[in-house]
Design a protein around this ligand. Structure first.
Ligand code: ZN
Length: 644
């Protein structure tokens, strides 16, 4: 690897302000003595022990002992090599770098992979934006105009258009010195038999940026009737793009989120645009994935205020169903976050984009202003499923929501909700209070069945509640040892072993595996380390890949599992490429099938609880979902059998 000249590294250090670099990811407050502090991005914590001393150019965390200068910080937080971190900071401070032994070689080829991919994305975003102005992009401009987005709005959000042909972007980037390998590795092009072709074609595209404003991927919307792809296509997992962490609009919203101590989570790209244009400049959206734990971490660091987390997170949902699902999950996740979480749902089921179009920007602001606490929303949504006019309905309703109240950790908040619930049910507060005391809290640790994982509080059993609470207050995770006797454990283990040992053969399949497909938390953790390390096969196999996965593990226990999965022999006699590929496909199909089975059971339960006469629309939708899922399950079953 060619080295950057030491004098230039020194120049970058000199020109970089550590507090500015850190503030892109972490909100900082004065800590006295010229120091600043915030929530550590390198370990989970509730109160800030992460200190930055701008005068010295250093940061240090008293919680996890992580420390260093601006280059170390960028390296750690963005998972970059030393050279890549220097390149990133150099670009920010406008420093031109020179390389040792650079002489005849092109500087471009000497840069790190991440830097090159970021440059390719920047060039791609500019290309798409230019394309939006061409005659061929009329369909894209019409889409925007119909939603009342003018050319200023398109420019502000960087909206672009991917031309209809197969190689518009590919040829443009090749002409600008990017290699085919860089295009496919970055997800901009797809590797075809006769070379790479454009991933996005004939679509409107939104550049997705990270906190520092680098374009890391794209979201692309279908416009044409002859486009048979999904409505939204996103960049796949790449060394730059981690779907569990990216938030569309976070680069634009970052400052306002910190300033107003508020983040608004909307569902799509146009909703982010509509919200910002309506004065809600704290709006962000996840990109093709549900809002998850990693997103929480990103936002919490931006919302840190003094020694406490006081910010509000407001979710908007298109309709009650999506809201209910998310709200129930809330009880099993980070509660410090949940107590400041709100839900805003338009009574007519309109999203911010529709609302702005129909009733103007005030309506969007009003929607956000009328938020209600997540706890309240979740409890009322559950109660709505019971007939509270009858005594039996009230008793059943109380039984259903008592575990939710019992799991509210905030000691001051629980009595408040007990009182409210008594009012909603028309029962004596003492009666409700008794039921809550008897109820077992909803807990999210150790093993859960599919239904429990998906946050249906009625089916939750506590699992190691005391232990988990102790571990949580000590700031570490407790990993329950997977029960080796079950088929689920065996299939999960084998899938992870395939991803670690033969990544080049699981490549295509592994992309469809969601964390929820695993029933053991430690398996989820290994899976997340694998996806965080890049898509399997992207780094090749062998030690470099395993090392990349190890680097993404949250603790030593998870690392131990990864090492174990790396050496435990696969349960197959196949040893040629085709045989291994079929084996991996069969194992992963079995994993997906088991997950689909759990979801089927869950859907059937919901179908039974839904009245086909009163809720005809929902009933029909559930029924259609069930049919589709059954079909998917059968296909997987055939695949899984085919490999045996
Ligand atoms: Zn720390």
């Amino acid at each position: 690897m060619p080295r950057i000249k030491d004098t230039d590294i020194a120049l970058v250090r000199e020109r970089t302000r550590i507090d500015e670099v850190v503030r892109e990811v972490v909100a900082l407050k004065p800590a006295g003595g010229g120091s600043l502090k915030g929530l550590c991005p390198f370990h989970d914590e509730r109160s800030p022990s992460f200190h930055v001393t701008p005068a010295k150019g250093y940061y240090h965390c008293f919680g996890c002992q992580e420390g260093g200068d601006a280059i170390d910080f960028v390296r750690k937080v963005d998972h970059l090599s030393f050279a890549e971190a220097v390149e990133k900071l150099a670009a920010k401070s406008g420093t031109t770098l020179r390389y040792e032994e650079g002489g005849s070689a092109k500087p471009d080829r000497l840069k790190g992979v991440r830097t090159r991919l970021a440059e390719a994305h920047k060039a791609a975003a500019a290309f798409y934006a230019d394309q939006l102005l061409t005659p061929g992009a009329q369909i894209g401009r019409t889409f925007l105009t119909e939603r009342d987005f003018d050319s200023d709005a398109a420019e502000h959000f960087g909206v672009g258009f991917a031309p209809v042909g197969w190689d518009g972007l590919t040829n443009h980037l090749r002409a600008n010195g990017f290699t085919d390998q860089e295009l496919t590795l970055g997800g901009l092009a797809v590797a075809g038999k006769r070379g790479p072709y454009d991933r996005f074609r004939g679509r409107l595209v939104w550049p997705i940026r990270d906190l520092s404003g680098d374009v890391v991927g794209f979201g692309a919307r279908r416009l044409r009737d002859d486009d048979e792809g999904p409505k939204y296509l996103n960049t796949p997992e790449t060394p730059l793009y981690k779907k569990s962490q990216v938030l569309y609009g976070v680069d634009l919203a970052r400052k306002e989120i910190s300033r107003r101590q508020q983040a608004v989570i909307v569902e799509g790209y146009t909703d982010v645009m509509a919200a910002h244009l309506s004065g809600i400049e704290t709006a962000v959206a996840t990109c093709g994935t549900a809002f998850g734990v990693d997103h929480i971490k990103v936002l919490r660091r931006l919302l840190m205020d003094q020694d406490e987390f006081r910010g509000q997170v407001i979710f908007t949902f298109d309709g009650d169903e999506a809201g209910k699902k998310a709200a129930r999950k809330a009880f099993t996740e980070d509660q410090r976050f949940v107590t400041q979480t709100f839900v805003a749902i338009d009574p007519n089921g309109m999203d911010p984009c529709d609302l702005r179009l129909a009733d103007g920007p005030e309506a969007v602001r009003e929607l956000i202003a009328k938020r209600i606490p997540m706890f309240e929303f979740a409890i009322r949504a559950t109660l709505a499923e019971y007939d509270l006019e009858t005594a039996e309905g009230r008793v059943a309703g109380l039984k259903a929501v008592a575990p939710m109240l019992a799991s509210i950790r905030d000691q001051a908040l629980r009595p408040e909700y007990t009182r409210l619930l008594a009012g909603w049910l028309g029962l004596e507060p003492s009666e409700v209070s008794e039921a809550v005391k008897r109820a077992k809290p909803v807990v999210s640790s150790g093993s859960r069945s599919g239904a429990q994982r998906r946050g249906d509080p009625r089916s939750q059993e506590p699992a190691g509640a005391g232990e988990a609470a102790v571990a949580e207050s000590a700031g570490r995770a407790v990993w329950e040892r997977p029960d080796s006797a079950t088929t689920a454990t065996a299939v999960e283990r084998e899938s992870l072993k395939c991803a670690i040992q033969i990544p080049q053969h699981v490549d295509a399949w592994y992309a469809s595996v969601e964390p929820l497909a695993f029933t053991w938390d430690v398996h989820v953790a290994v899976h997340e380390a694998i996806t965080a390390a890049g898509s399997p096969g992207s780094i090749g196999d062998g030690r470099a890949w395993i090392q990349a996965v190890l680097e993404q593990c949250p603790d030593d226990t998870v690392r131990t599992y990864v090492r174990e999965f790396a050496v435990d022999p696969l349960h197959t006699k196949q040893d040629d490429d085709e045989g291994l590929r079929n084996y991996a496909a069969a194992v992963i199909a079995r994993l997906l099938e088991m997950d689909a089975t759990r979801r089927t059971v869950e859907l059937k339960g919901r179908l039974q609880r839904t009245n086909p006469v009163e809720n005809e629309v929902e009933y029909n939708k559930l029924f259609a979902d069930l049919l589709a899922l059954e079909q998917y399950r059968r296909q997987l079953r055939e695949l899984a059998l085919g490999g045996e």
